[in-house]
Design a protein around this ligand. Structure first.
Ligand SMILES: Cc1cc2nc3c(=O)[nH]c(=O)nc-3n(C[C@H](O)[C@H](O)[C@H](O)COP(=O)(O)OP(=O)(O)OC[C@H]3O[C@@H](n4cnc5c(N)ncnc54)[C@H](O)[C@@H]3O)c2cc1C
Length: 424
């Protein structure tokens, strides 16, 4: 098949990368992007708190969830972190590294979006914005046009039908729908007969059992380092350490984001989900004994006062209440074991997880088109010749740290190159 016309659905990082790569590899092809929003790459603008963390110094498939590592490995092998950095330089985006995380040198996500859009324009790729793709049908060859796919949609309330030889689905997921990814890509994929693993929110804050709402109101706004593990039906599935952010609904922060995909999936299956916190990760028994020995001199203090150098006082007060430890009595008037029990409990606190902050506040969705439906060497759907898929629409979700944008760019590159007719 000689590819003459390529339609890319979605102008996010994956779609723009796919279109750029397709055009570079097949100058004769007419490449068009259909975007239902009013601007390209809207989600890029909110990434990395407006700074766009696009890749990581430790970029390997091993950083992604176990179930998709083999698939991700094949894709990253074809377009690595080094390739992405080189591409950024080519389009005028020098970069910098901060603790292993890569950002544009200017710390401007807007610069990334604009540079990608400028490259799209430079290559003569059209973006049809305001075009809502509603259905895609595949025929062996379309009788009317001689092309393979019929794409139907609306633009300015007007029904439109477009045709193409190759179609690249790059609609993203349903995370942060205000940025354009409203889940309609999953519908398009199902319409084409592709299997979709139910998407659930990932990289999201977690809501905890509302029975302790008063306690969460006390700790709201506190940040403290610690380890958080997700426990499903009494089994620890995953854990991460770092800065935890305590909120009036529950808990947030990067370590919580990292475990949230496991919590969301288990909650969706109505399983018992808890988090276990260790707020004194570095403290072994000897350390605790030494710390407690100071209480002899400071026995007139309450526990929150005594622990003021150890933990934020708001947090200590909240945890005293949670553990039914008096907060206003001097340590020397408490039973001898109270302080030791309290400190030990800080290493092993369990809270019931009742939900997440959902699609509105998650960074990605875990789930999507099942990766075993896609050829990792080409990103072509195994069951539909000429249909390519890339980005977050697939059931690949990475941790925080640039892994999701790297995935979008790498899979977009492979999809675009293959759609252009380049053989693996
Ligand atoms: C707050 C936030 C912060 C983040 N920070 C980071 C970060 O620092 N580093 C990182 O690696 N990742 C980060 N991510 C995740 C990352 O942004 C996404 O994984 C990535 O944008 C996915 O790219 P995509 O092209 O697959 O999808 P999207 O970026 O979602 O793009 C899809 C595009 O398709 C369009 N579209 C959808 N349906 C249709 C349709 N039916 N017809 C036409 N057009 C359609 C949408 O409008 C959109 O423009 C963050 C996400 C959020 C929400």
């Amino acid at each position: 098949m000689q590819v003459k016309k390529i339609l890319v659905i979605g102008a996010g990082p994956a779609g723009m990368m796919a279109a750029i790569t397709a055009k570079k590899n097949n100058k004769d092809a007419k490449v068009q992007i259909l975007e239902h929003g009013t601007e390209a790459g809207k989600k890029i603008l909110v990434t990395g708190n407006g700074r766009c963390n696009f890749t990581n110094a430790v970029m390997s498939a091993g950083q992604y969830p176990k179930e998709c590592q083999g698939f991700v490995h094949s894709v990253l092998n074809q377009f690595s972190s080094e390739n992405l950095k080189a591409f950024f330089m080519q389009i005028g985006l020098p970069y910098k590294e901060r603790n292993g995380y890569f950002y544009p040198r200017s710390d401007s996500a807007l610069a990334v979006r604009d540079a990608l859009a400028a490259e799209v324009k430079r290559l003569g790729i059209w973006i049809l914005d305001g075009f809502e793709t509603e259905s895609i049908t595949c025929t062996a060859t379309n009788v009317a046009s001689g092309e393979r796919f019929v794409v139907r949609g609306t633009q300015n309330a007007e029904a439109k039908t477009l045709y193409c030889d190759a179609c690249i689905l790059a609609c993203g997921s349903s995370a942060a729908p205000k940025t354009g990814s409203d889940g309609s890509g999953f519908k398009l994929a199902r319409g084409l007969g592709l299997k979709v693993k139910k998407p659930v929110p990932a990289l999201t804050p977690l809501e905890l059992d509302s029975a302790y709402k008063k306690i969460y109101e006390t700790w709201a706004g506190v940040r403290s380092n610690g380890r958080v593990a997700v426990i499903v039906d009494n089994e620890e599935l995953y854990a991460d350490s770092g800065e935890l952010q305590f909120a009036n609904y529950g808990i947030s922060g990067i370590p919580v984001f990292q475990i949230s995909r496991y919590a969301s999936r288990a909650l969706d299956k109505h399983r018992d989900v808890r988090i276990r916190l260790n707020l004194l990760e570095e403290a072994d028994d000897a350390w605790l004994q030494q710390f407690m020995s100071f209480a002899e001199r400071r026995g007139g203090c309450t526990i929150p006062e005594f622990c003021a150098g150890l933990l934020n006082q708001k947090l200590t007060k909240a945890l005293c209440r949670f553990l039914s430890v008096p907060i206003d009595r001097p340590i020397r008037k408490l039973p001898a074991e109270t302080l030791e029990d309290f400190l030990k409990a800080l290493k092993n606190l369990e809270f019931i997880v009742t939900g997440s902050k959902g699609v509105e506040q998650c960074q990605v969705m875990s789930g999507g088109i099942k990766h075993n439906e896609i050829n990792a060497q080409t990103m072509e759907a195994k069951s539909i010749k000429g249909l390519f898929v890339c980005g977050e629409l697939i059931d690949v979700d990475g941790p925080c740290g640039g892994y999701n944008l790297q995935w979008a760019f790498s899979s977009g590159f492979v999809a675009g190159r293959s759609a252009a007719g380049v053989k693996e």
